[in-house]
Design a protein around this ligand. Structure first.
Ligand code: PEP
Ligand code: MG
Length: 379
């Protein structure tokens, strides 16, 4: 959230943070992951220099605002923004986002004791579409459970919440809840290029079941004479390893894929994404993760559907060329990362991206891949 608002932030400072007293002057370099409390003159001057360099870098990036995402030889990679509220779309539009690649609709359901009504949801989705003025807006249906709580649903505590009753599993189990959201989405789709995305898909059955509930929502609206757009594109998050492995089958069922690398890495490397103690095992460049992404992209490309990445990896510095080389066609990230991703892509040809991706795919370990990636970034 801090990133999407352009606020420098540091996490995982641990006990060190206890040494900071109220009123202390702090210098924060979010990019370097550095905090200095009560800086001396020299450090203050050093940070002022960094700020100046950062401002110059931002000015350079501004030239990409109205440009489309593409490699130096014109291979298109659509650069989009992730949002949690409709108002976040303003920043995506201002910074030249080519769409919203992920609207995490669950934020409408959190931090409150009741559930948002169909009207409230409709207004929020419509607003996002209107702000984006006809550009694609991918709205993910309710993705709760795991680390995200919705008090009104009073979900039971579970031993393994990330593997438990969450996301599409809840929606398919509680169709009355799901139908309200789908009705709101279908109605809002009259105001832009709204697309519906189902999270945490692990099988074709779930896709078909979810699409059936969507048809039911359409039937209800038709019967009631409520206007809506029946021609909405439907996609899925590929974030469970079996979905990536079965991407060839799933690609025949949907209009687009979006790879959720945050969860894909968590599940494929069996590493809790919020556990600091084992974060060293959380490796986006693990060759196994890269193979899953390549496999998903290949299936999408062969079936003529778009394949995006909307996890943190999409907006990580230098990753855009890697993902493009792996065959990904869309990248969705926090608004503040979009210009740098366009700049990263524009520096390389598609062949160079593919060469890099092939080298990374051929690595025996994440460490080897990270070394190659760092050398390539510095060359
Ligand atoms: C992901 O899993 O990569 C993703 C984008 O979804 P979330 O971070 O909301 O789980
Ligand atoms: Mg996810």
């Amino acid at each position: 959230m801090a990133r999407s608002m352009g606020i420098p932030a540091i996490v995982g400072a641990g006990e060190k943070a206890d040494e900071i007293a109220d009123g202390d002057l702090l210098l924060i370099d979010g990019a370097a992951g550095e905090v200095v409390a009560q800086p001396d003159e020299q450090t203050l001057a050093d940070f002022a220099e960094r700020q100046k360099a950062d401002a110059a870098h931002r000015a350079m990036l501004a030239q990409y605002k109205d440009k489309e995402g593409a490699t130096s030889d014109g291979r298109r990679v659509i650069i989009e923004g992730n949002i949690g509220t409709p108002d976040d779309a303003v920043r995506v539009a201002e910074l030249g986002g080519e769409g919203v690649g992920l609207f995490r609709s669950e934020f409408l359901f959190m931090d409150r004791t009741d559930l948002p009504s169909e009207e409230e949801q409709f207004a929020a989705y419509k607003k996002a579409c209107e702000i984006m003025q006809g550009k694609p807006v991918i709205i993910r249906t309710l993705d709760i459970g795991g680390d995200k709580e919705v008090p009104a649903l009073a979900l039971e505590q579970e031993q393994n919440p990330f593997l438990g009753y969450r996301a599409i599993r809840i929606c398919l189990n509680q169709p009355e809840l799901f139908l309200i959201q789908l009705r709101a989405l279908l109605r809002a789709a009259q105001y832009g290029d709204l697309r519906i995305m189902f999270p945490m898909i692990s099988s074709v059955d779930e896709v078909r079941d979810a699409k059936q509930v969507l048809e039911q929502a359409k039937d209800m609206l038709t019967a009631e004479g409520v206007p809506f757009n029946s021609n909405v594109k439907v996609g899925i998050m590929v974030e469970i390893p079996v979905a990536a492995v079965c991407a060839d089958v799933l690609a025949k069922e949907v209009d687009f894929f979006s790879i959720g690398t945050n969860d894909l890495i968590q599940y494929s490397c069996a590493v809790d994404r919020i556990n600091e103690k084992i974060s060293y095992l959380y490796r986006p460049l693990h060759p196994g993760v890269l193979r899953l992404i390549a496999m998903t992209a290949k299936a999408a490309n062969e079936n003529g559907i778009e394949v995006g990445v909307c996890g943190e990896m999409a907006g990580t510095a230098g990753m855009a060329p890697v993902l493009c080389g792996l065959g990904v066609t869309n990248l969705s990230m926090s608004a503040s990362a979009m210009l740098a991703a366009k700049a990263d892509l524009a520096k390389h040809s598609y062949d160079e991206c593919r060469e890099l991706a092939d080298k990374l795919l051929a690595c025996a370990s994440a460490s080897d891949a990270e070394r190659i990636f760092t050398d390539w970034r510095e060359s």
